[in-house]
Design a protein around this ligand. Structure first.
Ligand code: PA5
Ligand code: NI
Length: 195
């Protein structure tokens, strides 16, 4: 049946599949991170370097409806972290602080099992379990990284301010103060001091 309106009504520019977390639309940007792109991200760089490099670790779809850096806007993302490990460390995102330091973000898990690893500016670490429906408020000044601890893919959506920006430098230089490793078949958060 045809719809009748007394004004122009448009279709949304983007479709979010709420079962799979997938974004569809002309303006969606896609990026992929392969093992070869993740030099020095994992603890065992020797094992990472010995892989073919073409193993897909994670991919991100992003919808950036306003200019990056603009105050007051919002961005939306869909990230998929694939199951896998480098030695005994779960596949994970690089992780970052926000460039505009005190800007927050929401993550929520669509499918899979994982861990959100959070580190504040004093390098204090905490982690939150990710499973379908878990909603994670990431406060400003807190670095965030996601590891897939399951056997299937881990999918999460995100929403963040358009003036947040991504600061990878701090993590590239100093890493997180804890890593999520598989020990005796279970995820364990191991701090840099080994305690
Ligand atoms: O904006 C975010 O925090 C996410 O969309 C991440 O950018 C995404 O999950 C990929 O992680 P990273 O940017 O740390 O490589
Ligand atoms: Ni972020």
């Amino acid at each position: 049946m045809e719809d009748h309106y007394n004004m122009e009504v448009l279709n949304a520019k983007v479709n979010l599949n709420i079962s799979t977390g997938k974004l569809a639309g002309e303006e969606i940007l896609n990026s992929k991170k392969f093992i070869k792109d993740l030099k020095n991200v994992f603890l065992n760089e020797e094992v990472r370097g010995s892989l073919t490099g073409d193993e897909l670790v994670y991919e991100v779809q992003a919808y950036l409806p306003v200019e990056e850096g603009k105050q007051g806007g919002l961005f939306f993302g869909n990230s998929t972290v694939y199951p896998g490990k480098v030695d005994n460390e779960y596949y994970m995102t690089r992780g970052h602080f926000h460039e505009n330091f005190d800007t927050a973000e929401y993550y929520w898990c669509v499918q899979g099992e994982g861990m959100l690893i959070l580190m504040d500016e004093d390098r204090n670490i905490r982690a939150e379990k990710m499973q379908q429906g878990s909603l994670h408020y990431i406060p400003g000044k807190v670095a965030h990284r996601v590891a897939n601890t399951g056997t299937g893919k881990l999918v999460f959506n995100a929403c963040w301010p358009s003036d947040a920006g991504h600061n990878y430098k701090e993590i590239d230089n100093n890493g997180f103060s804890a890593r999520l490793l598989e020990i005796n078949g279970k995820p364990a958060l191991i701090t840099e001091s080994g305690i």
